[in-house]
Design a protein around this ligand. Structure first.
Ligand SMILES: [Zn+2]
Length: 113
């Protein structure tokens, strides 16, 4: 970033701003795949056999040490969750890059706007 010209940083900034879009279905969460053991002690899953699953969950960090998690039962829920998580991640990456560019312009004593 430091090797780039202020002009190219500004151009990148304009591009980022033109691409920024808040998806209404975004999710700040993780899409998690899990295999698990069941309650039947004589089941194969307790004796080195295949575990049950995959099961899909949406997990959210609400505060430090406070997680919310629920099972995504249907394929529709699963694909919406996956897409929502991806949208949020993309937005977060774009905001982070925008912030880095602004910090670099600030460091150079270039006006931000
Ligand atoms: Zn089992």
């Amino acid at each position: 970033m430091r090797r780039k010209s202020s002009l190219s940083l500004r151009q990148r900034k304009d591009l980022l701003l033109s691409q920024l879009k808040i998806d209404p279905d975004l999710l700040r969460a993780s899409f998690v795949e899990r295999f698990s053991v069941c309650g039947k002690k004589n089941c194969r899953c307790h004796h080195g056999g295949q575990k049950h699953g995959p099961f899909y969950y949406l997990t959210q960090c609400l505060a430090v040490g406070k997680m919310a998690k629920f099972l995504l039962r249907t394929p529709a829920q699963q694909s919406e969750a996956k897409a929502g998580v991806a949208h949020y991640r993309q937005l977060q990456e774009q905001l982070e890059e925008l912030s880095q560019i602004n910090a670099e312009l600030l460091r150079r004593e270039d006006p931000l706007p």
